[in-house]
Design a protein around this ligand. Structure first.
Ligand code: HEC
Ligand code: HEC
Length: 276
């Protein structure tokens, strides 16, 4: 593991038991704030071949410069992989429609004034390039996987009624992500830290230093969850120091610590554990 001491301390802070409640409260807030004004929630053009071709053309013209010609994202400008938004991010068609229309304030993702039809065509195109989940998991031992999950992962993750903590629920992970990206999440978690889990340390005043996770951010302010689990908003202009920590809270599991076979056992538990 290549983590420095300060982030170890932070992790211990963040793992304190009030976290599940904070996360629950936040989830409730997010749901309450979801706008209910979508014209419709399903994409009327989903699966329509002509709409998908039209959407692909719009995508090349308006989106590819940032998200890449294959919609796989461009990491140097932080433009996300759009083939993963359905599975990994569980976005709905309506939510994607709204994001395209309004953009994401505080980021370079711009609003677009397209007609509803054009907008749904883009959504249909993005649905057509959705990355499928794990195709053919290597065989594994369900019972051993369950034990290994409890031992290594359950302090931060929940799956099939086991475990707790501040990491994402992994129950449906194997149907949402490719095997390759799942393995990468475990072997090299620092490479891609999920949005909402980026770490920061900052000084808000002479005698107050805050460490926490950046939940959202714009040019003027930052919303974060501090190490006591509280949600805070800070004005950037008032900050005396900001240090962005690059790592993930998720520790790295080397092969010497967790063999490939044991990892496949865990994935097997994630995939089939509902029956165990
Ligand atoms: C100028 C660059 C730029 C252009 C052009 C652009 N995007 Fe984005 N887009 C971004 C960035 C950067 C983000 C991530 C913003 C954030 O969350 O901080 C983003 C986020 C998104 C998201 C949300 C992804 C998620 O995981 O939440 C969707 C969906 C999206 N873009 C679709 C599109 C589509 C469709 C187009 C074309 C109509 C487009 N974008 C054009 C830069 C761009
Ligand atoms: C100390 C806490 C901790 C432990 C232990 C831990 N994780 Fe994580 N994990 C996290 C956090 C926090 C995230 C989200 C941040 C990120 O994306 O890096 C995460 C992300 C992930 C993701 C990506 C999820 C997504 O939505 O993209 C996978 C897959 C994952 N962990 C699997 C595992 C497995 C398998 C184990 C056990 C072998 C494990 N984790 C152990 C904290 C932990």
């Amino acid at each position: 593991m290549n983590r420095d001491r300060s982030s170890e301390v932070l992790i211990r802070h963040l793992l304190r038991p009030q976290w599940p409640f904070v996360l629950m409260a936040m989830t409730a807030l997010v749901f309450a704030a979801t706008p209910l004004m979508y014209a419709q929630s399903a994409n009327p053009l989903e699966g329509d071949a002509r709409a998908i071709r039209g959407g692909a053309g719009l995508f090349r013209a308006q989106c590819a410069t940032c998200h890449g010609a294959d919609a796989k994202g461009i990491s140097s400008i932080d433009a996300p992989d759009l083939t993963q938004i359905w599975s990994q991010r569980s976005l709905s068609a309506a939510a994607v429609f709204e994001i395209i229309r309004h953009g994401i304030p505080g980021s370079i993702m711009p609003p677009h004034s397209l007609t509803d039809t054009e907008n749904w065509m883009l959504v249909a195109y993005l649905q057509s390039v959705a990355e499928a989940g794990v195709i053919g998991l290597p065989p594994g031992d369900l019972a051993a996987g369950r034990r290994a999950f409890i031992e290594n992962c359950s302090s931060c993750h929940r799956a099939h009624g086991v475990g707790e903590g501040l990491g994402p629920n992994l129950s449906a992970m194997t149907s949402q992500r490719s095997l390759e990206s799942l393995v990468a999440s475990v072997r090299d978690p620092d490479a891609l830290v999920g949005r909402g889990f980026k770490l920061v340390r900052l000084r808000a005043s002479e005698d107050e230093e805050i460490t926490g996770l950046i939940k959202s951010e714009d040019a003027f302010s930052m919303q974060l969850q501090d190490d006591k689990g509280r949600l805070r908003s800070v004005n950037k202009s008032e900050l005396q120091m900001v240090e962005r920590l690059s790592g993930s809270l998720m520790p790295e599991f080397a092969r010497s610590q967790l063999s490939d076979q044991r990892l496949f056992d865990i994935f097997n538990f994630l995939q089939n554990g509902a029956q165990s």
